[in-house]
Write a protein that binds this ligand. Sequence first.
Ligand code: Z5A
Length: 206
Amino acid sequence: MTFITFEGGEGAGKTTLIEKIAFRLSGQNRSVLRTREPGGTRVGEEIRKILLERREGEPLSPYAELSLFLASRAQHLSEIIKPALEKGAIVLCDRFNDSSIAYQGMARGLGMDEVEKVCRFMSGGIEPALTLYLDIDPEMGLARAKRDRGGQDRMESEAIAFHKKIREAYLRIHKKHPKRFHLLDAAMSPERVFEEAMKIIDASHV
Ligand code: Z5A
């Protein structure tokens, strides 16, 4: 079972990297599934709309926000991730539990340890074998994301202090789980980021 997750702040380059890795691994005759959170299923995509839509004057409670991310993940695990892993595919997933721990646990103030426990319970024992974290200065990441999309969604429009907290949370996760959670410098060129990521994947014999 090979489950690889990708983490990082806004515009870190996860989508770009996952595309290159999927292409390389598929070329080695491996069955590869690319997916993302929130989303990945019909229910998950509906939940994604609620989560990312901007709603002036109607802030979502942090607990409601966490519950929605977890609901999307539970459906994603049972409908997509688990069956693919059972068939022997390599699953490349854009965001997973570490996003909830960083965004809701740290930045929304629910507590990183508390959110980690709930995430572990909700994922029913399925954990990534490897996580590639793309570390980027939040201002640089937000500028990249903005350049791409023009407007900002509900999470992107948070103040810069929010995005700095997320980076801090990811760096804490890296310290806590150094074997699984690998840090890559996302300020490098996309090609260099890909080369470094493949070194980690090859060394982990996934
Ligand atoms: N969230 C949460 O709070 N809790 C949870 O449990 C989960 C998620 C699962 C999902 O948004 C939001 O939900 C997210 C966290 C929160 N918060 N926000 N915002 P999303 O899925 O819409 O967005 P994202 O995950 O942050 O992805 P992104 O902004 O699309 O970024 P990305 O995929 O990491 O980057 P990219 O699309 O590959 O690259 C962005 C641009 O930079 C693009 O023009 C690239 O060509 C360029 N790029 C990429 N790499 C490079 C390098 N190396 N150099 C220069 N330029 C580059």
